[in-house]
Write a new protein. Structure first.
Length: 217
């Protein structure tokens, strides 16, 4: 049986839509006006910075390792909230002398203010998944104060974000005035998660949406 909608119901629906519209328009904008370093036919002869940083906006940074440093040339994302910051993936190079990832990320973090013993706001390092080109830089962040690195195995991913019924449900990370939704997206990798930033509307799917991506390293 199809219930006939009363004018009252339509009014309520209309009101909800009207309320939803300003929420949509409150997304913090950013710029994708960037030219990514394309590498070189002979990298030895061409000086290239190992890492490129694009400020999408004042609190959102897109980082990419140079194709001359690693053929994977992976992207990483730094999201800054009012109390915490979040780095999604750590790229394909472990050695900080070749790839100063931690140094670059920490330089982008805002000061922690009056918090005793801290100079930068805390950083959480997470991953989309555990393939090596997304986590080889982890060692640069481990054993540093105010930095937490979340391992990529399924047990840690489930426990850290809080997925009692993996892969069902959506978890949240609160960076302070900035909520990040954490969405289970296994398939490309058993503990793969994607991230949705409610502040900018950006969705970080990593390799999950690539067609027929093989299980590489
Ligand atoms: Zn992968």
């Amino acid at each position: 049986m199809i219930a006939k909608r009363s004018p009252k119901t339509l009014t309520v629906v209309g009101l909800l839509l009207a309320l939803a519209r300003p929420v949509m328009s409150q997304l913090t904008p950013g710029s994708m006006d960037v030219h990514w370093n394309e590498g070189a036919s002979d990298c030895a002869k061409t000086a290239q910075p190992p890492i490129q940083v694009h400020p999408y906006n004042a609190q959102t940074f897109i980082l990419r390792e140079s194709p001359c440093s690693t053929a994977e040339a992976p992207f990483m994302y730094l999201l800054v909230g009012s109390t915490k910051s979040l780095l999604i993936d750590t790229g394909d190079v472990a050695d900080p002398r070749q790839m100063p990832l931690a140094q670059t990320v920490i330089s982008l973090l805002p000061e922690a203010g009056q918090t005793a013993g801290q100079t930068k706001i805390p950083l959480i390092v997470v991953h989309t998944h555990g393939h090596l080109d997304h986590r080889l830089g982890d060692s640069q962040f481990q054993h540093q104060s105010s930095i937490e690195v979340v391992p990529t195995d399924l047990a840690h991913v489930r426990n850290y974000f809080g997925f009692p019924d993996w892969p069902n449900g959506i978890a949240q990370l609160d960076l302070g005035d900035r909520i990040i939704d954490v969405i289970p997206t296994p398939g490309h990798y058993p503990s793969h998660v994607s991230y949705y930033d409610r502040q900018t509307g950006l969705f970080f799917s990593s390799d999950f949406f690539l067609p027929r991506t093989p299980h590489h390293r």
